[in-house]
Write a protein that binds this ligand. Sequence first.
Ligand SMILES: C[S@@+](CC[C@H](N)C(=O)[O-])C[C@H]1O[C@@H](n2cnc3c(N)ncnc32)[C@H](O)[C@@H]1O
Length: 211
Amino acid sequence: MRLEAAKSAYRRYANVYDALFGPVLQAGRKAVMQALQVRRGDRVLEVGVGTGLSLPLYPPDVRVTGIDVSGEMLAKARARVQRERLRNVDALLEMDAQAMSFADGSFDKVVAMYVISVVAHPERLLAELRRVCRPGGEIFIVNHVRSDNRAIAAVEKALARFSDQLGFHPDFELRQLAPGTAVLDEISRINFFWKVLRLRPLAGETGTAPG
Ligand SMILES: C[S@@+](CC[C@H](N)C(=O)[O-])C[C@H]1O[C@@H](n2cnc3c(N)ncnc32)[C@H](O)[C@@H]1O
């Protein structure tokens, strides 16, 4: 989904996002928190942080930075930080996750929940996640992947032309994720639609975004 289309879709969603996608996507957020295994002081980056539904789930002794392209979604996240007095959130920044301004290796853990199949260039996003993750760090992803069931996959493919309206690509292909540069583990399957994945960049492989 092009940047402007994403901004426009999530501008429309911002006021209703928590009601529509709060409880229904919460299992994936909780599964990532369990898998994270953070240490005191760890620097965590969450890309596509949205309205910040995950923010209250992070342990209080880590430092969290969130980014999103939607100013409207971020406004909700900032209000949540204030309302819930979340002192572990360092910054919520408007930024494209496909071209981040952070230095290489800035974060111990990087989290991308329900966002990879939303962006126009998932391979650039993944390269950026690897670049900003420190050597030995870990990247956690919750994403929809194209169904192995042929009938469902056919429906997903048919829906793909409406990606801009839906706000994500229904036929996202898992094999795009880590072509030879990282170890990809499936941590858990939330349901037939959503999976939690962990990506550990291979030694010497920093993300270099393809042109
Ligand atoms: C489906 S929502 C997920 C929000 C949140 N992670 C959650 O668990 O509810 C996708 C989010 O990704 C954001 N987004 C889309 N494209 C982006 C990009 N290129 N860079 C950063 N955020 C992006 C959208 O604005 C939206 O807030």
